[in-house]
Design a binder for this molecule. Structure first.
Ligand code: MG
Length: 249
């Protein structure tokens, strides 16, 4: 009597696992970060910062093929132009302090990962894949897997809290990034670490990055140069950006 029940239980577990899509295997839903109402965190570039966007043009950004960035610049900010592709900084960076302001589209469309999705990739253009993504998402009343919401290190680290503002309101990320170091054999000598304030609230506290982003499967490191571009993602959402500056560390 007990044996058939045992097989039944195992069967259910296996069939549930089999129902999961490959990309769902690395989604972590629990715990859900607590919601925090943030304060003001806007600030101008310090005197030693490199300004990557000053409100006027996208001269410091290109598409992957080297074409000038085609995203729309208007009223001191710019907005993803869906279908034109990601944009990369012309300059390359390693360890840095990065300030960036973003706004989720005021017209709420889609759910989960399909609402206000973009991303800031630290050290992108590595081979064979993308770099290390700080997720940009409209996470105001929009549940998705915790390690894929705003301020997550995508599919690696859930933010400590959810300090998202409403769509249509400007938000800030202040990112302190320590680049990974590889030895001559291409092995990791020291992994990357990242600390992030989202709207002035600590959401990643020296989180250790475990490898470059993987949508399916587990992240791993591939040796790459010590300085690479920063990338902003075209994920087909009308996310806007302004006031981007960076300090090399
Ligand atoms: Mg994204």
């Amino acid at each position: 009597m007990l044996l058939p029940l045992c097989f039944l239980a195992i069967g259910i577990i296996y069939s549930q696992d089999a129902k999961m899509s490959a990309w769902e295997l690395t989604e972590i839903w629990d715990p859900e970060p607590e919601v925090v109402n943030p304060g003001n965190s806007f600030r101008d570039a310090p005197s030693d910062a490199i300004v990557l966007f000053d409100g006027l043009n996208l001269d410091k950004w290109v598409h992957k093929n080297g074409d000038p960035a085609k995203w729309d610049v208007k009223d001191g900010f710019f907005t993803v132009k869906p279908g034109t592709g990601d944009i990369l900084s012309r300059d390359v960076f390693g360890s840095c302090q990065l300030h960036i302001e973003f706004m989720s589209p005021i017209n709420i469309e889609g759910n989960g990962q399909d609402r206000g999705n973009s991303g800031i990739f630290l050290m992108d253009n590595i081979e064979p894949g993308d770099g290390y993504e700080v997720q940009v998402l409209d996470s105001y009343n929009n549940r998705t897997y915790s390690n894929g919401q705003a301020g997550s290190i995508y599919k690696q680290h859930t933010p400590l809290v959810n300090s998202s503002k409403k769509p249509g309101e400007w938000q800030t990320y202040d990112i302190i990034f320590k680049a990974p170091v590889f030895n001559k054999n291409g092995e990791v000598e020291s992994p990357a670490y990242v600390t992030i304030l989202h709207n002035g609230v600590l959401i990643q506290n020296n989180s250790q990055i475990v490898g470059h982003i993987e949508h399916i499967g587990y992240p791993k490191y591939e040796a790459h140069s010590s300085k690479l571009p920063i990338k902003l993602q075209d994920h087909a959402s009308l996310v806007s950006f302004r006031n981007i500056w960076i300090r090399k560390l």
